[in-house]
Ligand binder design. Structure first.
Ligand code: C5P
Length: 295
């Protein structure tokens, strides 16, 4: 018997970052949008907890207890007094270490899959609690759609989205460490104002207006990501030249995200990015996408 759960990637359409808190985290106003690039997490009974992974970048995914999928299984098992004796298999399609919450997606996916496999019947609130313990972005991977994340990003308010947005994602050669990007942010931004969600951006999501959304997307981590990965300037310029309505770093990077007017424009921007030689590959995806779902 096995259970498979599909989980989406995310892009941050607004990532407003405040000053570092005493616990080292940063207060955020983080507008998450789930996009249609998915990992699949399959769990099956086994003698002991083990993880395998296939797909692009699988060789960079840790297969030990530091993997959020393993930690999710252990946390749920400990709360319900069961042995976390499962084989977790991750089929990766979300760029690894790319700023698209791939590791968080795998944590949320493993949690939902183990809950179904073990019949633990955890409530939605308990699952969200465990997600928040796993990481700031993990609760959003569970719920999908669009949401405003406050606190360190884990306190979610669902947002209405009034249409389909067409995105392109340029996958960089190499990855960026999220803590390193936040450290660079602190260095570049000695006094960060309190983060606030942009009313114009929330309005653009609600009305499904791609041009209005393009005019209001912001990422406070972008200068830090560009400082650590300067080649991304060329990738962003190539996407803009090909007609993207907006070009920005996705989360802590180094994946870059391009909002386009429609599916045809997305294809054109993706082809131009691939041909530009400034990224490893380019993917098109639509948003919003649902959160973790049992297949
Ligand atoms: O919560 P998560 O483990 O995903 O965070 C990874 C790292 O990103 C943290 O250790 C911290 O360095 C940084 N971070 C932060 N403020 C946040 C979220 C993450 O400084 N709100």
């Amino acid at each position: 018997m096995s259970v498979t759960v599909r989980v989406p990637a995310k892009v941050n359409v607004q990532l407003a970052v405040g000053a570092a808190r005493p616990d080292g985290f940063h207060d955020l106003a983080n507008v998450f949008l789930a996009v249609g690039l998915f990992d699949e997490v399959t769990v099956a009974p086994a003698d002991t907890l083990r993880i395998t992974c296939e797909g692009p970048g699988a060789d960079q995914v840790p297969l030990d207890r530091t993997n959020l999928a393993a930690r999710a299984a252990e946390l749920l098992a400990a709360r319900h007094g069961v042995e976390p004796a499962v084989h977790l298999h991750i089929k990766k399609d979300i760029p690894v270490a790319g700023g698209m919450a791939g590791g968080s997606a795998d944590g949320a996916g493993a949690l939902v899959a183990c809950d179904a496999l073990w019949g633990t019947g955890a409530s939605r609130d308990e699952l969200l609690d465990i997600c928040a313990e796993l990481g700031s972005d993990v609760p959003f991977s569970l719920v999908g759609g669009a949401a405003l994340g406050t606190g360190r990003g884990e306190q979610l308010t669902p947002l209405e989205v009034g249409g389909t947005f067409h995105w392109v994602f340029a996958v960089a050669d190499g990855g960026l460490s999220t803590p390193a990007v936040y450290r660079e942010f602190d260095r570049l931004t000695p006094t960060a104002p309190a983060p606030e969600a942009s009313p114009a951006l929330l309005d653009a999501l609600r009305t499904g207006d791609a041009r209005a959304l393009a005019a209001s997307v912001t990422n406070d981590l972008q200068p830090a990501a560009l400082s650590l990965f300067p080649r991304l300037h060329d990738t962003l310029a190539a996407g803009t030249a090909a007609g993207a309505l907006a070009a920005l770093v996705s989360g802590s990077g180094p994946t870059t995200a391009y909002l386009t007017a429609d599916a045809a424009a997305a294809r054109k921007v993706a082809d131009a990015l691939t041909a530009s030689g400034t990224c490893r590959t380019a993917r098109v995806a639509q948003a919003p996408a649902p959160g973790a779902v049992l297949l």
